[in-house]
Write a protein that binds this ligand. Structure first.
Ligand code: ZN
Ligand code: ZN
Length: 126
């Protein structure tokens, strides 16, 4: 029984069933796209599920992602990053955000799948 908002048929569960189920690109299981929390190296990370289900997105980030050299947070595959060359020439990647990119001494780069695909254009210090 509904206790009735006239002219407004809402369902009592408070959830909409209109979320389109999609097939995961990796495991072919159905999943509901949208915002989700995945677990990455012990921290909860907000992400948007678009073409993969949650477990596959987790596995993909674990396998192909990187840790930000500045904040320690995850860098997702296919993301613009800042590249820093540390002592001994080791390259480190960081989020290309204002907070995570140091002024000067860094390159822009592109984090692909498990590796740095390109680094270019020295960030000018001015
Ligand atoms: Zn999947
Ligand atoms: Zn960061």
């Amino acid at each position: 029984m509904h206790n009735g908002h006239p002219g407004n048929r809402e369902n009592d569960e408070g959830t909409t069933e209109e979320v389109t189920r999609r097939k995961c690109a990796d495991c072919a299981k159905a999943f509901g796209p949208g915002e989700a929390q995945i677990l990455w190296r012990g921290r909860s990370v907000k992400t948007e599920l678009a073409i993969r289900c949650l477990p596959c997105e987790e596995a993909r980030l674990e396998k192909l992602g990187a840790a930000c050299a500045n904040c320690g947070g995850p860098i997702f595959p296919h993301t613009q990053v800042s590249v820093m060359v540390g002592l001994g020439g080791a390259r480190q990647v960081a989020h290309s955000t204002f907070e995570c990119s140091p002024a000067g001494g860094a390159f822009y780069g592109y984090w692909g799948e498990g590796k740095l695909e390109s680094s270019y254009e020295r960030i000018e210090q001015c």
